[in-house]
Write a protein that binds this ligand. Structure first.
Ligand SMILES: Nc1ncnc2c1ncn2[C@@H]1O[C@H](COP(=O)(O)OP(=O)(O)OP(=O)(O)O)[C@@H](O)[C@H]1O
Ligand SMILES: [Mg+2]
Length: 356
């Protein structure tokens, strides 16, 4: 999670936010799949990774460096641990923001054991000098440690044992090409489809010792925004409800009633999402309307609307960003149970009234 992110606080408080909150961190370790076989979905990534790892094992070699890219909560950290487990290798975990100076990185690299997996989370947030040191370490298993300053400075080469770097990023586009090119294998993690999320829910429910039927799992899966972390979080909230209001068993009615209490609708939209969409439809006739105007109408910051609510609405095909402003799609009207205004001759004259 990014502390510099102005939208982080809003994202954290949301039941459907993708970033890990404190409770997630506490329980996620217990819910993490431990092997590629246990890892649900991402078939292509799993198959490719399986080949990379098995070939390295057969050669008795250290696996190639792996880059994992994808939205928060899709399983990057989980997969890094699986890579280490499948290679029977220890894992060292650090992150880009934790490495401020090249010296920090040199200290970590020089203490790695042969074959160890170094997991570098948020690799796009590493400092420039550390990044340059990493290039050489990845390619030649060597770093130059600079001793002294100015004209008297000398570079002392340091040999490193072969290791596997596993980098994770939510923003692959921010990685400098020379860094990206040094990974032997890049896995792009996609959002999960409802059937896969259903399997995630069933798996987690059995680990948490919660009784759930297949319709209950489907109900949770459908509201989880393609994200296992959100599926696990919704499952915990539904479990609470089932314990208090039902006999502890989760079926379709219990799941739907619980998530209605938490204001997560059938498609995974929460109150903020529906407020944005509702304003766009009810106040601005479906748009186009400028972002600032829309933000004022829902009483939120521009950034919150743009970075917290919109990405999912766009992904779901409910809202579109156009050069003239935000517009709602026909699916948005249907989803909120509203009827679009008559688009008779001359109605087009209304368009573009609401500026940015
Ligand atoms: N393929 C999967 N099968 C089962 N559970 C999964 C899968 N992927 C993720 N999860 C669950 O989702 C939780 C979040 O996954 P993880 O922490 O690996 O996400 P991440 O991509 O590292 O997120 P972030 O970008 O926030 O660091 C894990 O605790 C795990 O239980
Ligand atoms: Mg992670």
């Amino acid at each position: 999670m990014n502390p510099d992110d102005p939208t982080a606080a809003d994202t954290d408080m949301r039941l459907v936010g993708p970033a890990a909150d404190g409770e997630d961190q506490a329980v996620e370790a217990a819910l993490r799949p431990r092997s590629l076989g246990e890892f649900v979905g991402q078939e292509r990534v799993r198959e490719q990774l399986d080949l990379v790892l098995r070939a390295a094992l057969a050669r008795g070699a250290t696996a190639d460096h792996v880059l994992l890219s994808g939205a928060p909560g899709l399983g990057k950290t989980t997969l890094s641990m699986i890579i280490a487990a499948e290679m029977n290798a220890p894992i060292r975990i650090t992150s880009g923001p934790a490495i401020q100076h090249a010296g920090d990185l040199a200290a970590i690299l020089s203490s790695l054991q042969e074959g160890e997996v170094l997991f570098l989370d948020e690799i796009h947030r590493m400092s420039r000098p550390a990044e340059e040191m990493l290039y050489m370490a990845m390619e030649d298993f060597r770093v130059d440690v600079i001793v002294g300053k100015g004209p008297g400075a000398t570079a002392i080469p340091l040999e490193l044992p072969p290791f596997t770097l596993v980098g994770a990023t939510t923003r692959a586009g921010l990685l400098p090409p020379p860094l990206r090119d040094r990974f032997g294998f890049t896995a792009h993690m996609e959002f999960y489809d409802p059937a896969e999320l259903k399997r995630v829910v069933h798996r987690s429910a059995s680990l948490l010792d919660v009784e759930i039927d297949t319709e209950g799992a489907a109900e949770i899966a459908g509201r989880s925004r393609g994200t296992p972390r959100i599926a696990n979080r919704l499952l915990r909230r539904v479990r609470d409800y089932a314990q208090v209001k039902a006999d502890g068993r989760i079926d379709r009615e219990v799941a739907a009633a619980a998530l209605a209490v938490y204001e997560v609708d059938g498609r995974g939209l929460d109150r903020l999402d529906r407020a944005v969409l509702g304003a766009l439809l009810r106040l601005f006739g479906g748009g186009p309307v400028g972002l600032s105007t829309l933000a004022v109408a829902v009483g939120e910051e521009r950034e919150t609307v743009e970075e917290v609510a919109e990405p999912f609405l766009v992904r779901e095909g409910l809202l579109a960003r156009t050069p003239r402003g935000r517009i709602a799609t026909p699916a948005a009207w249907t989803h909120l149970g509203l009827v679009p205004p008559q688009q008779g001759p001359g109605a087009g004259g209304q368009q573009g009234l609401f500026g940015a």
